[in-house]
Design a protein. Sequence first.
Length: 272
Amino acid sequence: MYLINSVQVEKKDFIIPVENMGVWRGDGVFEAIKIHDGYPFAIDLHIERLARSCSKVFFENIDYEKIKDDIIFIANEHEDGYVRTLILRSEQNSHDIFCFYQPPISISQEFSLQTQKAFWQSGGDYDLESTFNIGTKSTSYGMNISHTRAAEQDGFTDALLVNKDEIILEGPTFTFGWINNNKIYVPDLKLGILDSITRKYLIKFGVEKKLTVLEDRIKISDLDEIDACFVLSTAKHAVPVFKINEIEYSDHDLITEIQNVFTEQIRTERTN
Ligand SMILES: Cc1ncc(COP(=O)(O)O)c(C=O)c1O
């Protein structure tokens, strides 16, 4: 199912000119929403982040209610998979909104990660209020994907991005979390990482579901001290990492617990 500016089109017409700024400058923003039996999980948080991203990159006059309706419309037609929404700057300095269904993708159930310095990643102590475009979910993903490819070439599932001081940031398309002494940790947002929806949920679970979830920082040199670690995203509700570089990890009950809490959360939200 394909929509351009809320109008349904055939796949053959779901196209944009190369001159579109989204194509040659990555001048756009996007969201990916997971469908669970026709239900678009966390849609309001995704719409909120989309609106934040739009305002950070100066897209104006966007009808978010309409986008939400489009996402629900597509999601309702499918059991599983994703709805993707992209807003791209057109040649005339206006924008177009693309919304489409993406079938389920196969995701490794065990991750091996290779740490890689992401020179272009902020990774500093940024003030979230005054650094205007920090955390934008922009379509400029070329650098992220190059890290994934480099890690794959070395036989790893994906990359784990670190800053110049070797502090762990995030994956090219996921949040990283680690477990130590039965506490769950995620990196803090001042590092410039994406304000991930599933990370937000995990922190909320820390408040509501008796998990201990803390924000902290960890360096490559500390990775052999932790008990377990996992990747987290809209597509991956906590997948265990069994290896980072040469360090091996086992699965952990708390990772299963996080998965269960997500499943329960989705069930509760669907029935409300
Ligand atoms: C760079 C990056 N970090 C984290 C995430 C996880 O974000 P979310 O939980 O909103 O899917 C993503 C998801 O695409 C991402 O691209």
